[in-house]
Ligand binder design. Structure first.
Ligand code: NAD
Length: 258
């Protein structure tokens, strides 16, 4: 088991990547704190872990709210005594997110609030708790769109993920000698609720897949495996990376079929 004796906090644990990661972390011996805005589904993830013999508790919280994130970390330390792993993964992709001309200011603010500020606030409260625990590993979910232009316009989302990548890199450098590693997980397009809601026609789905050499959407469980490795001591010399888990998307100029 890769996370024996570790305490792991996972945001966005009610669904998709976060849910799969919370389950996988627990299977690998971690005591898991599930965090999500969606209280019922988040509690269901924690219950599933407990019923499988693992240890978890759920905290309903908005990652874009400083008081909430401070409370989440305080409750984690109060219950489990330490914090070793944080997966700042909660994120949104709004269906009204488009190009710079069409995107309303409120969509920009909402998206940046959850995706970028949410990760900042996570780090803000997790880092002191990790320092008190002797170090740790933080994984922040960015996206392939942080490093390349998206085929479908989504300017607020793209900018928010660029922010996640940049802040992760800087914090990795700042905390490198304090035994805290930070890496950005950059998923390719996944077959999750979030993306399938956004790519709501076959044409939009096909257009996205044209760019993926593997020719398929990734699975949340595949992201969880990557997050597990970054969370574990197996990745002990890895920090400040943009860890692409994208079916070859970022490596391609044209796909095998042209
Ligand atoms: P998802 O919608 O299945 O899960 C996201 C979770 O975040 C949900 O449970 C939601 O309730 C929660 N959440 C949203 N806003 C929140 C807030 N303010 N506070 C707390 N929780 C909140 O999506 P997913 O695909 O699992 O996405 C997880 C992460 O992966 C996101 O950051 C997303 O941007 C990123 N990502 C997804 C894809 C993809 O193709 N699905 C690709 C690249 C990156």
């Amino acid at each position: 088991m890769k996370l024996t004796d570790k305490v792991a906090l996972v945001t966005g644990a009610a669904s998709g990547i976060g849910r799969e990661s919370a389950l996988l972390f627990a299977q690998n011996g971690a005591r898991v704190v599930c965090v999500d805005l969606s209280a019922d589904l988040n509690a269901a993830t924690a219950t599933q872990i407990s019923e499988a013999g693992g240890t978890a508790f759920a905290v309903a919280a908005d990652v874009s709210d400083a008081d909430d994130m401070e409370r989440v970390v305080a409750e984690t330390v109060q219950k489990f005594g330490r914090l070793d792993v944080a997966f700042n993964n909660a994120g949104i992709m709004h269906s009204d997110d488009g190009d710079a001309v069409s995107t309303e200011e409120r969509i920009w603010d909402l998206t940046m609030g959850v995706n970028a500020k949410g990760v900042f606030l996570g780090c803000k409260y997790e880092i002191p708790a990790m320092l008190a625990s002797g170090g740790g590993s933080i994984i922040n979910t960015a996206s392939f769109v942080a490093v390349m232009g998206a085929a479908t316009p989504q300017i607020a989302y793209t900018a928010s993920k660029g922010a996640v990548l940049a802040l992760t890199r800087e914090l990795a450098v700042v905390h490198a000698r304090q035994n805290i590693r930070l890496n950005a997980l950059c998923p390719g397009p996944l077959r999750t609720e979030l993306l399938m809601r956004f790519l709501d026609t076959d044409e939009k789905k096909e257009r996205r897949l044209v760019h993926v050499p593997m020719g398929r959407f990734g699975e949340a469980a595949e992201m969880a495996q990557a997050a597990l490795w970054l969370a574990s001591d197996e990745s002990s010399y890895v920090t400040g990376t943009d860890f692409m888990v994208d079916g070859g998307l970022s490596a391609a100029y044209v796909t095998p079929e042209g």
